[in-house]
Design a protein around this ligand. Structure first.
Ligand SMILES: [Zn+2]
Length: 133
């Protein structure tokens, strides 16, 4: 999605096609957010969008709004991915070996498994790799 624009003020015209930019909300949008390529965008979040070519243009304040809206979704997706990986790993590896491989304590491993601790993208990646082998 969109192009980061480092301007304090919103663009009025698209830098790609020159058409008008309006703030657009809507359902069914997804965006690349941090390491996840298809995170759904809240329908109410207004993003400056070119009327003609659909390019989304972000500036500082909009980027902050997007972060605020997307960060909880990103965290939730990471938890879901960790949960799926834990299910895939099952009992194929002992908890202490798993904790070692992840570089966390056994107590932290238990919190991650129970969903009490927010997994980092790195932990989720390691879990997915362990689950896949
Ligand atoms: Zn355009």
């Amino acid at each position: 999605m969109g192009q980061p624009v480092s301007r304090a003020r919103l663009l009025k015209r698209c830098l790609d096609c020159g058409d008008k930019i309006t703030k657009r909300a809507g359902r069914g949008r997804t965006m690349q957010y941090r390491s996840i390529g298809d995170l759904s965008v809240p329908a109410t979040l207004k993003i400056p969008t070119c009327q003609k070519c659909g390019t989304e243009w972000m500036n500082g304040p909009i980027a902050k709004e997007i972060d605020a809206a997307m960060e909880p979704k990103f965290d939730r997706r990471l938890r879901e991915m960790a949960c799926g990986a834990f299910a895939g790993i099952g009992k194929s590896i002992s908890p202490s070996d798993l904790a070692d491989e992840l570089g966390v304590s056994k107590a932290e491993l238990a919190r991650l498994k129970n969903g009490e601790s927010q997994p980092t993208p790195e932990i989720v990646l390691k879990l997915a790799m362990i689950a896949a082998r």
